[in-house]
Design a binder for this molecule. Structure first.
Ligand code: CA
Length: 232
């Protein structure tokens, strides 16, 4: 049985979410403030964390950062509940390291779909695939989740790591943005905003990986199609 932890200070929303997830057959624990939520997440890391950003005291972004820094909780799938108008790139990017997000107010069905997708993706990753990917001077350890370029460690966000992993598993093959969204983000439908998310993450990866990010040699753009990892 999957264990979900919800950290959300709006009591009615928190209870509504807990009930819906229990009906899905999940075991749910809740916290109404940041401090107690973080303590619960650290004490017994859940299979997935539903984390509100705006919390009294310790906010969701701080919690996310703390969890990502600790080895025991670094891989915990985190789904952020955000307010309208927040910058998406910041939420899911380097600043927090969250895996996905939904914007309030959201439909319960949408949230449940995201939860299922995130749990499914985690299962796929833990079930094998090659542990270490190595090409073009880049070494990606999928167990320790560490990445090295010519022996030097690179700090990648969760999403950047997964995106690079997907590209490196398919060297010299063009992967479309839609495919990357399906594989890395588990989106079934990709709109303009989602497609832009891929580009943002590719840009960040290039800054970290490429000698000259303006003239990338490892992650190459294939105009009108997508991206390709160049293994040579
Ligand atoms: Ca809140």
């Amino acid at each position: 049985m999957k264990r979900i932890l919800i950290i959300e200070d709006e009591l009615t929303l928190c209870e509504k979410l807990a009930q819906a997830l229990r009906q899905e057959g999940m075991k749910v624990d809740t916290a109404l403030d940041g401090e107690s939520g973080l303590a619960k997440a650290q004490e017994k890391p859940p299979d997935l964390l539903l984390l509100d950003i705006m919390l009294p005291g310790l906010d969701g972004i701080s919690i996310c950062r703390i969890l990502r820094r600790n080895e025991k909780t670094a891989q915990m799938p985190i789904l952020m509940l955000t307010a309208r108008g927040m910058e998406v790139d910041k939420i899911i990017g380097l600043e927090t390291g969250a895996d996905d997000y939904v914007v309030k107010p959201f439909a319960l069905g949408e949230l449940l779909a995201r939860v299922r997708a995130l749990l499914r993706r985690t299962r796929e990753v833990s079930h094998g695939k090659r542990e270490i990917l190595e090409a073009a001077g880049i070494r990606l350890n999928q167990i320790s989740r560490r990445c090295f370029r010519n022996g030097e460690e690179l700090q990648l966000s969760n999403k950047e790591f997964n995106l690079l992993g997907e590209l490196m598993r398919n060297p010299n093959v063009v992967l479309s943005r839609d495919l990357l969204l399906t594989k890395v983000w588990n989106y079934e439908y990709a709109g303009e905003r989602e497609v832009r998310t891929v580009d943002v993450h590719i840009r960040r990866l290039r800054i970290k990986l490429e000698e000259n990010p303006a003239k990338p040699k490892r992650i190459v753009t294939v105009r009108g199609v997508g991206y390709r990892f160049q293994d040579a």
